[in-house]
Design a protein around this ligand. Structure first.
Ligand code: 5GP
Length: 185
């Protein structure tokens, strides 16, 4: 028996983290995806269970009650990972930005941090625009990415460039498999 792994998937907006983590949990039955809380509004077409969508006062009450493993303010909105319920012995995946990843590493240095990079700024811009965010939000997120990348890369256990989605998913499943083997001995 080993303790469940905490797998943090981080990286700038528009890099494909959401698509990657859904594929990871679909393909590896030993993984489950933590559902974050946010005060941001739901995007058109975004699934209702992408987050627990909530208001600032409910979020702040949960902070005060110690209900988050980590939380942060990102471009004016609050985001946080609830303290995980146990899900048997499955390993948990957290899809979060860099400041949250830093908090997780500080409380749990054994957490596995995989940092995902876009193949290029142009491709990242195209992906952000494809989500339907207004131009100003796209510009903010691209600017934010410039600050996040050096920090994330410096603390990551693995850096993956999401050029080919299938290859990225296969590489990440491999990384997780190796980590399980390393933790089992
Ligand atoms: P978005 O608004 O695009 O869904 O998310 C904005 C950023 O917040 C993304 O980088 C996403 O990974 C991150 N994020 C989502 N949930 C959480 C969370 O619970 N904690 C932290 N720290 N970041 C999160």
């Amino acid at each position: 028996m080993r303790a469940p792994l905490v797998i943090v998937v981080s990286g700038p907006g528009g890099v494909g983290k959401g698509t990657i983590v859904s594929a990871l949990v679909d393909r590896d039955p030993g993984l489950w995806l933590s559902r974050s809380w946010t005060t941001r509004e739901r995007r058109p077409g975004e699934s209702a269970d992408a987050y627990v969508f909530t208001d600032r006062s409910s979020f702040e009450r949960r902070i005060a009650a110690g209900g988050f493993l980590e939380h942060t303010e990102f471009l004016g909105q609050l985001y946080g990972s609830p303290i995980p319920e146990t899900e048997g012995d499955r390993d948990v995946v957290l899809e979060i930005e860099v400041h949250g990843a830093q908090q997780i590493k500080a409380i749990n240095p054994a957490a596995l941090l995989i940092f995902v990079l876009p193949p290029s700024r142009d491709e990242q811009r195209r992906r952000l625009q494809g989500r339907g965010d207004p131009a100003q939000k796209v510009a903010e997120r691209l600017k934010k990415a410039e600050d996040e990348e050096p920090v994330g890369m410096a603390m990551a256990d693995h850096v993956v460039v999401n050029d080919d989605l299938e290859q990225t998913i296969a590489d990440m499943l491999d990384i997780i498999r190796h980590e399980r083997m390393a933790k089992a001995v």
